[in-house]
Design a binder for this molecule. Structure first.
Ligand SMILES: [Zn+2]
Length: 474
């Protein structure tokens, strides 16, 4: 569970690190002119973004028109077809899809939960994705599980066996156990298997009873898993504290598709004039969780990437390198799409100038982490100076995790995930049932398209960024 939750964590860590370094960035003298595209190129691109008015319209078409885009779903396939048609219309070349094996898709069904005793109220519960359906109703007493270590988990077996377990804490590997994660997983799974719980309930991390979602085809959970809101979890705990054992009746209707399937990434290019084999990749994930329409995670990233391609193409701006937009799938299940892309394009990795992603919600882009590579800090600082007319970006000494840039970073490619104003991303929309366009500010979308466009223009024309020979594992 923690692995998957980390995949899209958008790193509060980075945001925290960002504030710590705000005072020291731009300490060095910047030579903005050396890498700056001509001012008229800036103006052309900015004017084109203003003129196009495509961002919100595209977001509405994809999110409100097509809907949630769970990897493996028909809706994601529709969204991919929609994006390919748009990108082709924008003048992109070689617009196509690349397939990879995603395992078995998962389809949501009806789920329900209610208290059979106490006040007998309905409990708002959703089934965790990629978990098994129940055969009929699951009824049982609720037990609280708070286990920080494998020993504590093992000791809890007699108490939680066959019960509906409200999981407040589960063990994660300590420093010693991290040296042999396979062994840790083996022991963990053996204990969980022996416990043979009727169901496990996790608590949503969002505020105000908002439910969130996670899960992956890689998980092989045998028991039913649900997610409930904080307030209902508090109710169950209060009842237990008063000596009343809550009895729940649960139903889980979501299930696996019978057969494994392929998932797809979408690719679209604009050819560079001098170094067409070298490319800047703007890579964002198009898949979303299925409780809402994935407007902030990551509909905004998709329309931004598409708009940068459209803006550069429509402005007829000269670019030395090629620009490639990749719309990944499977990000939410563990970066599946970007890993498949990098594997397939391994020979091209040395020619990737940089990979940029935007995947931290709908807030304004305020900077980029340098991934703790000095040469990248210098290059990014110079390039970021080109956006000063719009926003002074902070290049931060930090290593960010949690999105598709990781897959490229692991191969030494300069790969950066934008730091954004948090807005209500972590508190409300991230992976949640309220991840809708209501939480997107159109003016920030426009702002981000201009910032990302100017950065991209610089990277397409700037001297080649060095790659890392032996990148640190993220
Ligand atoms: Zn995301």
């Amino acid at each position: 569970m923690s692995f998957i939750r980390r995949q899209c964590a958008k790193s509060l860590l980075v945001l925290c690190a960002a504030s710590a370094y705000f005072t020291t960035v731009f300490a060095q003298e910047l030579d903005a002119q050396r890498l700056a595209p001509k001012a008229d190129a800036h103006r052309l691109l900015i004017n084109e973004v203003d003129r196009g008015q495509t961002l919100l319209r595209n977001l509405e078409e994809m999110c409100d028109g097509i809907g949630p885009r769970l990897t493996g779903s028909i809706e994601l396939r529709r969204a991919q077809q929609w994006a390919m048609a748009k990108l082709s219309a924008y003048g992109a070349i070689d617009v196509h899809e690349e397939a990879y094996d995603m395992g078995k898709p998962w389809v949501r069904g009806q789920s329900s939960a209610r208290l059979l005793n106490a006040n007998q109220q309905a409990i708002n519960m959703v089934q965790r994705a990629w978990t098994t359906s129940s055969t009929g109703k699951v009824r049982g007493d609720v037990e609280i599980l708070k286990a920080q270590s494998l020993d504590e988990l093992r000791a809890a077996i007699p108490r939680i066996k066959g019960k509906i377990v409200l999981a407040l804490a589960l063990p994660s590997p300590n420093a010693e156990q991290k040296k042999n994660l396979a062994l840790f997983s083996q022991e963990y799974n053996a204990i969980i298997s022996e416990a043979n719980m009727a169901a496990v309930l996790f608590i949503s991390e969002r505020e105000g009873s908002i439910l969130d979602m996670n899960g992956s085809p890689k998980a092989r959970l045998k028991h039913n898993v649900g997610i409930i809101g904080k307030e209902h979890a508090n109710l169950l705990q209060r009842l237990i504290a008063r000596g009343i054992k809550p009895k729940l009746e649960l139903q889980f209707g979501g299930k696996f598709s019978p057969q494994p399937a392929l998932a797809y990434n979408v690719l679209a290019d604009i050819r560079g004039s001098e170094l067409p084999d070298e490319m800047l990749i703007i890579g964002v994930h198009q898949d979303s969780w299925d409780l809402a329409t994935g407007a902030t995670d990551n509909g905004v990233g998709v329309v931004l990437a598409m708009e940068v391609l459209r803006g550069i193409q429509a402005s007829k701006l000269p670019i030395k390198r090629s620009l490639r937009v990749v719309l990944f799938s499977g990000e939410e299940q563990g970066l599946m799409g970007s890993k498949a892309y990098v594997e397939r394009h391994l020979a091209e990795m040395p020619k990737v100038q940089a990979m940029l992603t935007v995947d931290a919600g709908a807030g304004r882009i305020i900077g980029f982490p340098d991934m703790q590579v000095d040469a990248w800090y210098s290059a990014l600082s110079e390039i970021a100076a080109n956006t000063n007319g719009l926003h002074q970006l902070d290049i931060v000494y930090a290593h960010s995790k949690g999105s598709d840039h990781e897959s490229f970073y692991e191969r030494g490619v300069p790969a950066f995930s934008a730091i954004q104003e948090p807005l209500d991303y972590m508190s409300h929309t991230w992976h949640s049932e309220v991840d809708t366009i209501d939480h997107v500010k159109p003016e920030y979308l426009v702002h981000n398209a201009k910032v990302l466009g100017l950065l991209s223009l610089s990277l397409l024309n700037a001297p080649k960024l060095p790659h890392q020979a032996n990148p640190k594992s993220p």
